[in-house]
Structure formats: C-alpha cells, structure tokens
Design a protein. Sequence first.
Length: 285
Amino acid sequence: MQFQKGRYLSEFSTFGIGGEIHLFAEVRELAEVLEALAYANTHNLPFLVVGKGSNCLFDDRGFPGLVLLNKMDFCTWDGPRVTAGAGMRFSLLGVQTARKGLSGLEFASGIPATVGGAVFMNAGANGRETCDTLHSVTYIHANGTTQEFSRGELAFRYRHSPFQQMQGVIVSATFALTPQEEARAKQLQIVEYRMKTQPLKEKSAGCIFRNPSPTRTAGALIDQCGLKGLQVGGAKVSEIHANFIINTGGARSADVEELIQIIQERVHAQTGIHLEPEVRRIHAN
C-alpha cells in the first residue's frame, strides 16, 4: 500500500469541493486497512474514510490527517442474502439484486454512495432505508479490532447510524432480501423517476437538508419560499429539485455554507420550520 501526498478532497467528492489532503491511501483489502490504521495510530494522525464522497461537504482547507479511500469492492451471494464490500457502489448493488429477483434494495438505484457510506448514513429513498434489510456489518475499530455487528445490536434512525459516533472502518454489509418477481420493474421505475426529478448530471452532494417530517419535505419548503436558483459564488439551489445545491463551477465550501445558512434563515422566517442539514460537513480542524 502506498501513501500519497498532493491529493485533494475535491477528487473524491461528488460536489467537486475540498482542499489538500495531508496523506492519502487506497485500501482494497483487510490487511491494508489494518496497515493504514496502525500508521495513523503510530503517527497520531486523525483519519477520514471516504467512498463515493457523496453527502459530504469537504473543507476548502483540506484535511490534516490520513484520508482512506475505501475500495473494498466485492459481492457474494447466499440465497436471498448478499454480502457486499463497503467500497461497492450501492446503486450497482440495487441493480444486481433486482436483476436476481430479490427485493429490498431497489431504492439504492441512483443513490451515489458506496455500501459503506449507505450503512454509515442509513441512506434512504422511496420510503425505504438501508437498515430495513440489513442483516449484519463487519467493522474494524481504530485499534485494529474486527467486530461483526448483527442488525439487532445497531440502533438506526432517519439518516443516522451508530457508526457516526464510532472511529473505524466499515468492511462489509450483509443484507437479507425477499424473492419478488416485480423487483426489477420496481427498480427501473425508481431510476426513471430519479432521472426526471433530480439534477443527476450536476455536481452535488445529494439532498442538503433532512425532511422535517414524513409529510413535509425540505425540497417542497425551499421551493415554497421561492429559493430555487438562489446562488452564492459557484453554489446554487437547483432549479430541478430545491433540496439540491449544485456546484456550477468553482464553488467553495464557504459558498455552500453561506447558501445553507441563507436557506435556513428564509425558510424559518416564512414557515417557522428550522431545516437541519443532512450533508456531513467535514471541517479541517
């Protein structure tokens, strides 16, 4: 495994935003994860694990520690159960399971995340969440200890997993799915809807804000307040879906932060509702 200098977080961000990384490495197998964690511990470096770099707003100032790109990309099948490496594309897993006539992950199609990122954030769409079919997770703690968590040991909620309060690396996740002939048709329908309603061709981090409730969406509230098209620097509220901020070119994290604050203030002033960011802000210190 090689440690690299001179890499930028913007290279690993669907937003295309982020400053210089102090030290960077790709991890493709368990031994490399252990080596990287041991190096970080020995040199007293903070570490950050990235996958697709979606749902993240990286700092313009970069990251002062070790950034690990999780490339553990594998998939094994055991009847209706599938185990996927944390570096596998979540969208691809949704397609592959649906093609096999297995239901439960159709919603993953089009979500720009890795399996590890989806578990970490409890990603969801179309009324479904990652935890709904999750069976178990293999995890390496910062001290190098490997642990397998069953679903019953993990407390999930809307866009939250216990891994957000832990220091370590998700290695893989196993999902228990249900045979269903309509799975493929449902998955294709979800992709078609996303293509029509989300700015998938633009640089973004996905949805910026959490929905305040199951019946009130952040996108509808932002649209109601007339904020589509609002722009700060290179950051702009999407004209297609108001809960997306897009990078029109050269946007900085400071632009996005300012735009988030303006949206929060105007939505609160007009509706009395405070929007909570869903996007993770990774600060330099």
